[in-house]
Write a protein that binds this ligand. Structure first.
Ligand code: AP5
Length: 214
């Protein structure tokens, strides 16, 4: 099962990734989480990525492609993987083709921009695991604490409204063309493209994902 989750920042990719991981036992490859881990660890990659991410811009294709290639080559990806936040540009999608990486499902989660801006103000994250919550729509069991570890939740630095709007602009310019790209790939081969209405509840979207993946 090799899956790509496609959608705007805040569409619910990370939220559904949690569900798919638990349900199907395949690893989530979240480029955003990998970059945030590198920042936390103070690596050279993290230092390079931090200012770019805080400004809501995209990290360079070369850097991201190298990171994902390395991750997919690991043993736990043999049975499948879930790409969350990658590819995000046409060159990133082309790099997968060039490296012979085939995809079974592209799942698009569609949410209008204004709804996303509203959602981001309520997002809380567990930085150690990447688990995502929302203070109203998907609250943790104990306010401000991660369900699994009980550790404090935090607000992502790029969730401030002006940065969210900048990220949405970049999404429409550089990532949205992948909808057409994968539409064509699906028409030609073995990849299935499915679009879900991401304005439904978290549980309703998960249920539809489950029906799709079986
Ligand atoms: P990344 O971490 O990938 O962020 P993103 O794609 O912008 O996506 P988000 O994590 O913000 O949102 P999401 O769709 O996962 O939504 P979530 O489930 O959290 O990337 C961050 C940065 O890293 C980028 O800006 C870039 O700089 C860099 N980067 C990463 N990958 C890169 C790449 N490939 N190339 C170049 N640069 C890269 O949900 C959002 C909120 O809504 C949560 O609070 C959640 O609880 C809530 N929610 C979810 N679903 C629902 C629902 N159905 N109803 C109500 N609320 C919901």
């Amino acid at each position: 099962m090799r899956i790509i989750l496609l959608g705007a920042p805040g569409a619910g990719k990370g939220t559904q990734a949690q569900f798919i991981m638990e349900q199907y036992g395949i690893p989530q490859i979240s480029t955003g989480d990998m970059l945030r881990a590198a920042i936390k660890a103070g690596t050279a990659l993290g230092l390079e990525a931090k200012s770019v991410m805080d400004a809501g811009q995209l990290v360079s294709d070369d850097l991201i492609i190298g990171l994902v290639k390395e991750r997919i080559a690991q043993d736990d990806c043999v049975k499948g993987f879930l790409l969350d936040g990658f590819p995000r540009t046409i060159p990133q999608a082309d790099a997968m083709v060039a490296n012979g990486i085939e995809i079974d499902h592209v799942v698009e989660i569609d949410v209008p921009d204004e709804e996303i801006v509203k959602r981001m103000s309520g997002r809380r994250v567990h930085s150690g695991s990447g688990r995502v919550y929302h203070i109203v729509y998907n609250p943790p069991k104990v306010e401000g604490k991660d369900d699994v570890t009980g550790e404090e939740l935090s607000i992502r630095p790029d969730d401030e409204e002006t940065t969210v709007r900048k990220r949405l602009g970049i999404y429409h310019e550089q990532t949205k063309p992948l909808v057409e790209y994968y539409g064509k790939v699906a028409a030609e081969g073995n990849t299935q493209y499915t679009k879900f209405d991401g304005t439904q509840t978290v549980a309703a979207v998960s249920e539809q994902v489950k029906q799709l993946l079986g």
